[in-house]
Structures are given as structure tokens and as C-alpha cells.
Write a protein that binds this ligand. Structure first.
Ligand code: 13P
Length: 249
């Protein structure tokens, strides 16, 4: 059985004070939730506030990015060990916004994933096609390439510790969710890639999250798909009430 993961990616939202205020409202709303792992990924500067505010609860904290080196002259970057020390247990890697706006490549995704695993973090590795890629029938080729270059060089043991997130770029922040069937189709394709490279046991255990305009109104339909093992939520994770409604789907 694959345990569901409901993760919130706050992107560049929430100061420390706003983070504490969120957790004050959110904690009681999800106190009874035991059916899934709950992860929240605030900006770097709010990680410590989130870790402190979630102490003693089942809510885990993740970062939104990581560098692959342990330390060095890399201005503006943060290492996996630093994230662990700050109390993070997860880290999002290869989000489409990093790929689009900051030049992140599949090669970087691989390096970052290895560094995160070496430090004991759970990487949530994002893949997904853009609208032009989907409209020109390239979805599977894009997913295959992102998987092959970003993940296929991992060992089976390393691969068994990652979470994959399918986030079609055209569904992110647009209000245009992929239908549950369409998302499930992409998830099946990704699981097949995993089976070919890492075998049936590893692919059967792999959790694949869907991300892109997930809301309280559509979480039920998405989670009804056996192929969808959870969600990565942007906008709707910023409000305690809406994120709690998603967690308690
Ligand atoms: P939205 O839920 O705002 O579409 O964002 C999805 C996302 O990018 C999560 O990582």
C-alpha cells in the first residue's frame, strides 16, 4: 500500500509571522488526519518558524530547492545538510518554475536529488510538460527525458526513497486542472518508466503526486484514481482552511 502524501508548496509566500499564524489555524484542523503524510514547504527564511510551529504534530516541513554541494562558494545557495539541521525532512527538486525561470536542468535535478538523499532528505522530484509540448504530442517524450536524465542514474536503493510529482506546467496556477483521468494516464506512463529502469517492486512502491490547480473541490476526484498517490498544492495550500480541506479529502 502506498501512503498518500499531501504536500503544500508555498513558493515565495509567507513571512515568519505569517507562517506562525498559518500553523496556529492549521494544526487543529488536521489534528485527526492519519491517512496521509502532510508536508509544507515554506521559503527558506520561514523554515525555522515552520519547524517550530509544527513540532509535536504529524506535519513535516520541506524546502523548495537545494544545492548539490555540501558547502562552498555558491552565493545564494543552501545545502542539504543545512536543511536537515533546520529541521527539514523533504525537499522539492526540479519544480517547473525553477526549470522555466532559473535555468534548472535535468542534470541539476539528478545532482540535487543525490545530494538530498545523501543527507537523508526525501526528495519530491517534479516533472511535467508545457502546453505547447502537450499540444504537439510530446508529453510522453518530455516525461521520458526528464525521468531518464533526472532520475535513471540513481541506484534502486536511492530511487526507493524518492517521491515523484507530475505537474503539467499548463495546469499550474491557471485554475485549469488536469482531469483525474489525464493525470492518471501520465502517472501510469511514469510508473512504467520506473518499472523499466528499476523493476516492478520499486515502481510499485513509488509514490507519484499530482500538482496543478489542486483545490478542495477537485481533490476527491483526483484521489479516487488509484494511480494518484497524493498531491502537491500551490495556491490552495496558503490558506489553512483550504489546505486542511484538501488534507481531509
Ligand atoms: P497551483 O496549485 O497554484 O496550481 O501550483 C501547483 C504547484 O506548482 C505546486 O508545486
Amino acid at each position: 500500500m502506498r501512503r498518500a502524501v499531501i504536500a503544500g508548496n508555498w513558493k515565495m509566500h509567507k513571512t515568519q509571522a505569517e507562517t506562525r499564524a498559518f500553523f496556529d489555524r492549521f494544526r487543529p484542523l488536521v489534528a485527526g488526519a492519519q491517512h496521509c503524510e502532510i508536508v509544507i514547504a515554506p521559503p527558506f527564511t520561514s523554515l525555522t518558524a515552520a519547524v517550530e510551529s509544527s513540532r509535536g504534530t504529524a506535519i513535516a516541513i520541506g524546502a523548495q530547492d537545494v544545492h548539490w554541494e555540501t558547502q562552498g562558494a555558491f552565493t545564494g545557495e543552501v545545502s542539504a545538510g543545512m536543511l536537515v539541521e533546520a529541521g527539514c525532512r523533504y525537499v522539492i527538486i526540479g519544480h517547473s518554475e525553477r526549470r522555466q525561470h532559473f535555468g534548472e536542468t535535468d542534470e541539476w535535478v539528478l545532482r540535487k536529488t543525490r545530494a538530498a538523499l545523501a543527507a537523508g532528505l526525501v526528495p519530491i522530484v517534479c516533472v511535467g510538460e508545457t502546453l505547447p509540448q502537450r499540444e504537439t504530442g510530446q508529453t510522453e517524450a518530455v516525461l521520458e527525458r526528464q525521468f531518464r536524465l533526472g532520475l535513471a542514474a540513481l541506484t534502486v536503493e536511492e530511487f526507493s526513497r524518492i517521491i515523484l510529482a507530475y505537474e503539467p506546467v499548463w495546469a499550474i496556477g491557471t485554475g485549469r486542472t488536469a482531469t483525474p483521468e489525464l493525470a492518471a494516464e501520465a502517472h501510469r506512463f511514469l510508473r512504467e518508466q520506473a518499472a523499466e529502469k528499476f523493476g516492478r517492486t520499486a515502481s510499485g512502491a513509488l509514490r507519484i503526486l499530482y500538482g496543478g490547480s489542486v483545490k478542495p473541490e477537485n481533490i476527491g476526484g483526483l484521489m479516487a484514481q488509484p494511480e494518484i498517490d497524493g498531491v502537491l498544492v500551490g495556491g490552495a495550500s496558503l490558506e489553512a482552511e483550504s489546505f486542511a480541506a484538501i488534507v481531509n479529502f
